[in-house]
Design a protein around this ligand. Sequence first.
Ligand code: SAM
Ligand code: SF4
Length: 481
Amino acid sequence: MTTEPRAPARLPKLELSAGASDFIDDGRLHELLAARPPEPAEVRDIVARSLAKNCLSVEETARLLTARDPEVIEEIFAAARQLKETVYGNRIVLFAPLYIGNDCVNDCLYCAFRRSNHEQIRLTLDREQLREQVAALEQEGHKRLILVFGEHPRYDAEFIHDCVRTVYEIRVGKGEIRRVNINAAPQDVDGYRRIKEAGIGTYQVFQETYSHATYAQYHPHNTRKGDYLYRLDALDRAQEAGIDDVGIGALFGLYDWRFEVLGLVAHALHLQQKYGVGPHTISFPRVQPAQGVTLPDTWLVSDDDFKRVVATLRLAVPYTGMILTARESPDLRRELLAFGVSQIDAGTRLELGGYTRREGPQHLELEQFQLGDERSLDEVMRELIIDGYLPSFCTACYRLGRTGEHFMEFAIPGFIKRFCTPNGLTTVTEYLCDYASPETREAGLRLIEQELAAMPDDSLKRELVKRIETIRTTEKRDLYF
Ligand code: SAM
Ligand code: SF4
């Protein structure tokens, strides 16, 4: 269906969460970033706090960001790698984004869905088209999706609720979607409550830029998204509605990357302090070429600086999941995984309806921006396995009500060994049996052998071996710990 999105004549007054505050003090963050670079000893002290499982303060994070000496920067990278290795191990969780509709009342200058882009063909998947897309994703082996929406009155809480329910109902062969996350416009408290009832995983809202001036420059004031505080408060309202699993993010390339890292850390600490639970995930997309978009290159983030973004965030918020998307190239993704990324998307198609249109050229007029990594899920799985990672489709914590799973992974000794690794192994076995190419299957089965060989011979291992065997020899699936 094609519609012409129009700006609402007058924007209704929007309600904030109780005690909402603007906790981003631009002047203070700039001051911190203007300080002299740290001595190596100071960096070592800060890094040691992080390795001892503490969150860093905004001030400490700023000290890491002001480092200039290449050797000191290398120490920061090494510490991020160490944290990833010693705390999280080798698991990488896989998901796919599914674009539901590109109607939008906003006019974000960087996005092809913005309302002033008349080249974009507007489309919203109807129920049947949604079924087709989800069926195609299940047939690739996906178990975790994030549904993505433009911002438009038609994508209200009821609509989002319906989409989530529909996705959970679709079963093709042995396939099913076990966790649906959301990236959609901020809601009011009632809206979030309704969406929560559908059984969502994470609700993501990215602030895009934490700089007030830059925010105003990219989001016209007469649009919904033009209200900085309403957006900054978005996930506080989600918390008020009982959604304690939220994802924050900044779009890197609009403003100084160092400032955005401090904004993200300030946001994470704010949620942690106010609700006792920090964000479940942090996303750090870099702005990509998009239809009809020309952005100044002043703040574009180089690959080297981007590595610092990822490593610094890993150290600053050690128990928050970190998402690296297919906006980035395969080579860079491979390198960045070692710095503590915990989730990646794979087999991604951004074009609306793209999962059933896999051959031929992509349609620019149906996608939000261009992808850097267009490999299939199978190719990404194979590379992960060969590089020694354990790909995982685990959804156990969320389904057993173990919320705050990242915190538990981090804080509870043995949690990863007891739950995450076994669930990674059972879900990867499902993938290898049901969807993998022969090469990936062979590499994956070898990985399973190696992982099992490294485990102590106890009752958990015996139970795990039994479940893997059940998956390999029967139709039984979804055997989680
Ligand atoms: N419309 C909702 C919103 O803006 O929050 C949710 C979905 S929006 C499609 C998801 C995210 O895509 C945005 O928050 C933004 O960070 C990102 N995005 C937009 N344009 C982009 C571009 N050109 N390159 C990379 N990411 C982009
Ligand atoms: Fe609309 Fe979101 Fe794109 Fe902004 S980023 S134009 S709100 S889809």
